[in-house]
Ligand binder design. Structure first.
Ligand SMILES: [Zn+2]
Length: 248
């Protein structure tokens, strides 16, 4: 399936998540403003990020000026080096990526790590398959960090970043665009990633419930279709007796 830049509300676009779960490609938020286009996450590989870059050029959107990381996981971060702009994230995200950047990423390293811990196999094999070109790859460590919350302005568009943490990743933030009524959730309410997941791990209903806000009509998480506030309210009312919404 070819991915397509899609307008989801006035002034906000989305590069949708890949429906093939083997691609582990989360969605990327695209917020054009007078001072450049801000991305919410960067995609999981150079190929995906390049495809998005071309799509932005074809759509005549302003050049990318900032990338906001919703959290440090590779599938949200590895595409960033294609854009050569500063990244913004929670302070913990920078701390984690400063350690990650020191590792000798490449096929051999990934293979050796899988031998030491077989729970890493799914994630590490996917990284090797999707990056392929390790020569041109580098992890972009965030230059701009914050603790509780922060506002990024791109012209008249105001983007509010708020740390929420959670079981999936301690550095998770949500990205709110009040003028467009959209909130990007990253993976914040998901259970921990596969290699850290326990049998009773589930999505966090309390975290999701705490984010419901009448200012935002649309909610976008990392690995599924955007949902409306009405859908969120209906889901919360059902009190999430099943957790089938979630994959990665
Ligand atoms: Zn994640």
């Amino acid at each position: 399936m070819t991915q397509k830049l899609t307008q989801i509300t006035e002034r906000v676009c989305l590069w949708p998540y890949h429906q093939d779960p083997n691609q582990i490609q989360p969605c990327i938020g695209v917020i054009p403003g007078d001072r450049g286009t801000v991305l919410v996450d960067a995609g999981n590989c150079l190929t995906a990020a390049r495809q998005l870059k071309w799509a932005l050029e074809r759509a005549n959107l302003p050049p990318v000026s900032r990338i906001i990381y919703t959290h440090h996981h590779w599938d949200h971060v590895y595409g960033a080096c294609v854009f050569e702009v500063p990244a913004v994230a929670h302070r913990l995200c920078r701390d984690i990526l400063l350690e990650e950047v020191e590792k000798p990423w490449g096929s051999k390293y990934l293979e050796d790590e899988i031998k030491k811990n077989s729970l890493l196999q799914v994630s590490y094999e996917a990284r090797d398959r999707l990056i392929g070109d390790w020569e041109n790859f580098r992890i972009v460590v965030p230059e701009i960090v914050f603790d509780g919350s922060m506002v990024v302005e791109t012209g008249e568009m105001k983007i509010v970043l708020q740390h929420v943490g959670g079981e999936h990743a301690q550095d998770s933030i949500v990205v709110k665009v009040p003028q467009a009524g959209v909130m990007f959730l990253g993976d914040c309410f998901y259970p921990p990633p596969l290699h850290l997941r326990k049998p009773d791990s589930t999505i966090s209903i309390p975290l999701l419930a705490s984010l419901e806000d009448e200012t935002y009509a649309l909610y976008v998480d990392g690995h599924s279709e955007p949902f409306t506030r009405d859908e969120l309210l209906a889901f919360l009312e059902k009190e999430g007796s099943d957790s089938s919404m979630i994959s990665e």
